[in-house]
Design a protein around this ligand. Structure first.
Ligand SMILES: Nc1ncnc2c1ncn2[C@@H]1O[C@H](COP(=O)(O)OP(=O)(O)OP(=O)(O)O)[C@@H](O)[C@H]1O
Length: 123
């Protein structure tokens, strides 16, 4: 448990650091830019197809899941590169596991996108 006194200033600083993390991801990370582009396309299509509230929740949920997984994957990769700049079999396992988390969420996003968008686009 943290014995420091509660401080509004420190809470605001935490937000600032978190927004800086978002900027690092979406502006500087190539994967982040790809995810931002895909999210904008999916949200644009959702407006165009006039999704229901539940469909919006599903689309925004999977977009967030993919972005959160990719942010954590990037953070793990960067930490691993500091811990072990040289090849290490255990770092390979760690990085491959983190990448697998992104893959699972990406498959989920594809499935949800296909279930929602394909019937609306074909009809
Ligand atoms: N230090 C290392 N030791 C062992 N294996 C590594 C190491 N660095 C990378 N790898 C292997 O290479 C793969 C790709 O790693 P890398 O860090 O380049 O990820 P990436 O997804 O290509 O990153 P980027 O975000 O730069 O595109 C990892 O999943 C892992 O199998």
């Amino acid at each position: 448990m943290n014995n420091e006194k509660f401080s509004i200033i420190n809470r605001i600083k935490s937000f600032k650091y978190a927004f800086n993390g978002l900027k690092l991801f979406f502006v500087l990370d190539h994967n982040g830019r790809v995810h931002l582009f895909a999210a904008i396309v999916a949200i644009g299509l959702s407006f165009y197809l006039k999704l229901s509230a539940l469909e919006w929740i599903a689309i925004l949920g999977v977009i967030s899941a993919v972005i959160v997984a990719e942010i954590l994957n990037s953070a793990i990769e960067k930490l691993a590169d500091v811990v072990s700049p040289d090849f290490h079999p255990k770092i390979k396992v760690v990085k491959d596991l983190a990448a697998a988390a992104v893959l699972v969420t990406a498959f989920l996003a594809l499935a949800v996108g296909a279930i929602i968008f394909i019937p609306k686009l074909l009809l």
